[in-house]
Design a protein around this ligand. Structure first.
Ligand code: ATP
Ligand code: MN
Length: 255
């Protein structure tokens, strides 16, 4: 029927007939009714023309490479509507003052989570912290700017062997300035900042904003401390003369 045909189109299966392709296998994992309907919704509006590659498979989401009807490359993060991470998601959302009452339905909770990541991306960019441009969200799907050209930009972790002390120093400054800007200007904290969530492109870009939250959140100081610790620990190991994390934390948390 129509839906099947449109989904086959999005996945390029009409041309390739590769139902055992890697893409199809990964897609099948998150291939529930809501996801199919949501992709079809975006397809009909030209927001997703094609998904052609898998960028990552995670516990709570899979990320695909695709393009829209104008040929612009996009990254499409598809949250699992059934996730084992749902306790964590619930805890994080329950502590966020921006979120009103939480839905009981796990699927709907994931929709709130998806929408929150979209809002976080917007907010980070507003305060000049580099993140992918959010393009659209609906239900469990978030469409954002693709960072990379033919290939996706590598994560800091992937390229660390090729970097020199000077590169690490610059990246440390970037990370620490981002933490400060987010907290002081944006009243916000990323909460999972690490060498895995920084993409190395023309300029570094911070990704994975799902757990990011606002200062008013009762967990925000814990998350701020975690980000400062992760960043100072990592760059200290790379030989950077980092600031004292306790001092940095008190400096930021103290106001
Ligand atoms: P994990 O649980 O592994 O942290 P996640 O499910 O939270 O992953 P992200 O960290 O947002 O998802 O993305 C997973 C991977 O997908 C990233 O490490 C990166 O390689 C790739 N990726 C995510 N967003 C983009 C983007 N906008 N452009 C290019 N690649 C991206
Ligand atoms: Mn990540």
């Amino acid at each position: 029927e129509r839906l099947d045909r449109e989904i086959a189109e999005v996945l390029g299966l009409t041309e390739r007939r590769e139902k055992d392709s890697e893409l199809f296998k990964v897609f099948s994992e998150v291939f529930d009714k809501t996801t199919v309907e949501t992709i079809t919704y975006f397809y009909r509006r030209g927001k997703i023309e094609r998904l052609y590659g898998v960028l990552s498979t995670g516990k709570e989401a899979n990320v695909f490479a695709g393009y829209d009807s104008n040929g612009n490359k996009i990254a499409v993060k598809i949250y699992r509507t059934y996730t084992t991470e749902f306790r964590r998601i619930w805890e994080y959302l329950a502590a966020d003052p921006r979120i009103g009452s939480l839905p009981r339905d796990i699927r709907k909770l994931v929709f709130v989570w998806t929408r929150r990541e979209y809002k976080n991306l917007q907010r980070a960019l507003k305060y000049a912290v580099r993140a992918p441009e959010p393009i659209a969200f609906r239900n469990n799907i978030l469409i954002m700017e693709f960072i990379g050209d033919d290939l996706p930009a590598p994560r800091l972790k992937d390229v660390e062997k090729e970097l020199e002390k000077g590169d690490f120093e610059e990246l440390y400054d970037f990370a620490m300035r981002s933490i400060e800007k987010l907290w002081k200007r944006g009243d916000m904290v990323h909460g999972d900042l690490s060498e895995y969530n920084i993409l190395i492109w023309h300029e570094p870009v911070i990704i994975d904003w799902s757990q990011a939250t606002v200062k008013r959140n009762r967990m925000s100081l814990t998350l701020l401390y975690r980000d400062i610790r992760n960043i100072t620990n990592y760059f200290a190991r790379k030989g950077v003369d980092v600031e004292d994390p306790e001092v940095k934390f008190r400096e930021l948390a103290g106001d």
